[in-house]
Design a binder for this molecule. Structure first.
Ligand code: DC
Length: 222
């Protein structure tokens, strides 16, 4: 049986995580935050003292991650890491380990297992290009770097995490450049993707655009 999949790829802070979660909730579908798996690998490496360039060790680590998702909370080796997972330091580590084939390979089957009935909304960098190339609808969500840094700043402050806006702009630029220029599964729009620039749009407007495109696909019209 083919499970319908909607993929939402884009750079950090484009809003894809929030959009994916809301869309999945509205549709009653499963949701995969693939970035969390790369973040967990980066975090596990730092905790175990594994160098972020040690591909074989990181591949083994990614294959054997002891992770538990309980509602909004995430546990690694039985310890809650929800807050640490969202930090900029973890994001930077995730971006480094994500460049390694051994890590991407280790996480591939795990990600594909999320495609369960009645459907899946998956967000990340290579959901449409590599992990679910047969997706019913492939979305590429972008926004200007200033807007993305602003959004991240507000999110962090709301969570009580200290942040400096100009540092966030710089960190986003560095991370995006690494994610876009890596040879393996680089961040790019899949052929035929619905490209949405969310600068100046609300989450609800973006979700609505995706729902309209999805309805067309489901009815076989687009
Ligand atoms: O979406 P995020 O910020 O949680 O992702 C963290 C890092 O993980 C990001 O810099 C790139 C990497 N990543 C990836 O390479 N492929 C994915 N499908 C998702 C995330």
């Amino acid at each position: 049986m083919t499970v319908p999949v909607v993929t939402i790829d884009g750079p950090s802070g484009s809003g894809k995580g929030t959009v994916a979660a809301r869309l999945a909730q509205q549709l009653g579908w499963h949701c995969l935050d693939s970035g969390a798996l790369y973040r967990l690998t980066g975090l596990a490496a730092q905790r175990a003292g594994v160098a972020l360039g040690d591909a074989p060790a990181l591949g083994a680590l990614a294959r054997n991650l002891a992770v538990e998702f309980r509602g909004e909370a995430v546990y690694l080796d039985g310890i809650e890491v929800s807050r640490e997972l969202r930090s900029e330091a973890t994001a930077a580590a995730a971006s480094q380990v994500a460049a390694l084939g051994a890590v991407r390979e280790a996480l591939l089957a795990w990600q594909r297992d999320y495609a369960q009935p009645p459907g899946l909304v998956a967000d990340g960098r290579d959901m449409g290009t590599v992990v679910f190339p047969q997706a019913l609808l492939t979305v590429f969500l972008d926004a200007s770097v200033e807007e993305r840094a602003n959004r991240r700043y507000k999110q962090l402050i709301e969570k009580g995490i200290t942040a400096i806006l100009s540092d966030l702009v710089e960190e986003l630029r560095v991370r995006d450049e690494r994610d876009r220029s890596r040879p393996l599964a680089p961040l790019q729009a899949a052929p035929g993707a619905l490209v949405i620039d969310s600068t100046g749009l609300t989450i609800a407007q973006v979700v609505q655009q995706i729902r309209e495109a999805l309805e067309q696909r489901l009815s076989g019209a687009g």
